[in-house]
Write a protein that binds this ligand. Structure first.
Ligand code: PHE
Length: 463
């Protein structure tokens, strides 16, 4: 059985390092930057609840599926799918999952790096004291001015991309493992500081109410799709990142409990970020639905009022940048590992080409906030909105759905049983129901609901 083999790219030293690495991939801009702003745009509490349901019933099973497929194949997602379909005499078309993941990875990385560049810019701004004692007005103005300057943004995008390329060229496992060990706990601590500030602010109860009050009147099929897409994005699912990391997971580690820990950590960070940000929004009379700028305005505002805020605020953006780096690395791993395997290429060379292509794609995102702000690709969507929407809300859920189907029906039961450590018939049935029916059906239903919103709204009206 292949579960005992090792990957040529290296192996995580133990279960906890896999957890840290996968949590490093999962915890990123998706939690701290994106989750609060899309919850804000989609009405708050009801959206948060739908998102949590998506994480539990769709995210966790699909993450288990990715890890088990990756560990069974022990190669990049494309070659893992190729190997497994050949070994079990199944259609080679399943390999397309790997390819689609690589395309999604390029798209996501391209804008991810731009936004991470904003975080770097804020390290400098906070560190220089420019935001000390900032008001809602001055913090918003600084952000708007930054967005209107494409050269400045390209500079920070480039700096961040160079950092990512440098790290991935060195190899993911060493160095990265060591960095994650420090940065993830520190990030937790700083989020707690921000939370503490939020608790004492005037907007606390309003913020909590916004995050947890269940008002379904604002929920549309579109917001359900966005919640589902966010669950995929924040858990790094549907494009092979976790599959690639699963290939380096030692045999014998329990997949179910490991994945649950990762999902819980990720969810805790997202909720903490929301609870830290919304009270500040309300205390300062800002809009919860202000979009991508939310974190970049409220966080400097909060730290600007605190004693030692300059130090903490700077540290906060340093850690957001690190959280983004550990995610960016995992986004590029499927393509990187594939090219290394296929052409026996040096990681360093592959990393540079990969970074260059993604960087170029990212220029479109930079321009979406200024020069191309009025250029709409579809409907009201700018280039950035479009790339973000298609990759997160279409490619990741569809990729995840096929991964779930593959793990439930294409792999032989013996392989699934051995990977998941399933001993009883009941557990095997539970796996088939959750991974083979509930998770893929949820994705399908949400897609159909988005294509036919009237039907969805009629069903909702029944309740
Ligand atoms: N999960 C990361 C975040 O929340 C983003 C990511 C998406 C990473 C897809 C890997 C793959 O920021």
């Amino acid at each position: 059985m292949s579960t005992g083999s090792v990957s040529r790219h290296g192996m995580w030293s133990n279960r906890w390092l896999f957890i840290l690495a996968a949590a490093g991939s999962a915890v990123g801009l998706g939690n701290i930057w994106k989750f609060p702003y899309i919850a804000g745009e989609n009405g708050g509490g009801a959206f948060v609840l739908i998102y949590l349901v998506c994480v539990a019933f769709v995210g966790i099973p699909i993450m288990m599926a990715e890890v088990l497929i990756g560990r069974e194949g022990r190669q990049s997602p494309i070659n893992t799918m190729r190997k497994l379909t050949e070994q079990h005499h199944k259609s080679g078309l399943w390999t397309l999952i790997g390819w689609a993941g690589v395309v999604a990875g390029f798209l996501i990385l391209s804008y991810y790096v731009v936004i991470a560049g904003w975080a770097l810019f804020y390290v400098l701004q906070m560190g220089s004291g420019a935001l000390d004692g900032a008001t809602a007005d001055s913090a918003s103005r600084l952000f708007d001015e930054f967005l209107s300057d494409p050269w400045q943004m390209i500079m920070w995008q480039t700096i961040f991309m160079v950092m990512v390329v440098y790290i991935i060229s060195k190899g993911v496992i060493k160095g990265l493992e060591r960095a994650i060990r420090w940065f993830m706990p520190l990030l937790f601590v700083l989020l707690c500081v921000l939370l503490g500030y939020a608790v004492t602010s005037d907007g606390w109860s309003q913020g909590v109410e916004f995050m947890f009050r269940l008002d379904f009147s604002e929920v549309t099929s579109e917001s359900v799709l966005i919640a589902l897409g966010q669950a995929f994005f924040t858990l790094s699912l549907g494009m092979g990142a976790i599959m690639a990391y699963g290939a380096y997971l030692p045999s014998g580690t329990s997949i179910g409990s490991t994945v649950t820990i990762i999902a819980l950590l990720d969810t805790a960070v997202a909720i903490a970020a929301g609870l830290a940000i919304f009270p500040i929004v309300f205390a300062n009379g800002l809009e919860p639905s202000q979009g991508p700028g939310l974190m970049f305005v409220t966080v400097p505002l909060a730290f600007g009022q605190l004693p030692l805020g300059v130090v903490f605020g700077t540290l906060f953006f340093v850690l957001v940048s690190f959280a983004a780096i550990t995610s960016a690395i995992s986004i590029s791993e499927p393509a990187l590992a594939y090219l290394v395997e296929e052409y026996n290429a040096k990681r360093g060379r592959v990393a540079i080409s990969l970074g260059a292509i993604s960087w170029l794609l990212g220029i479109g995102t930079v321009l979406s906030f200024n020069v191309w702000a009025d250029v709409h690709i579809v409907g009201q969507l700018t280039y950035f909105d479009f790339v973000d929407y298609v990759s997160q809300n279409v490619m990741l859920p569809l990729g995840g759905m096929f991964i779930a189907l593959f793990a439930a029906y294409v792999l032989p039961n013996t392989v699934i049983g051995a990977q998941l450590g399933i001993k009883s018939g009941a557990a095997a049935v539970a796996w088939k129901v959750v991974c083979g029916v509930i998770a893929p059906a949820a994705v399908l239903v949400v897609f159909i609901a988005t294509l036919f919103p009237d039907l969805f709204n009629a069903v909702i009206a029944l309740f």
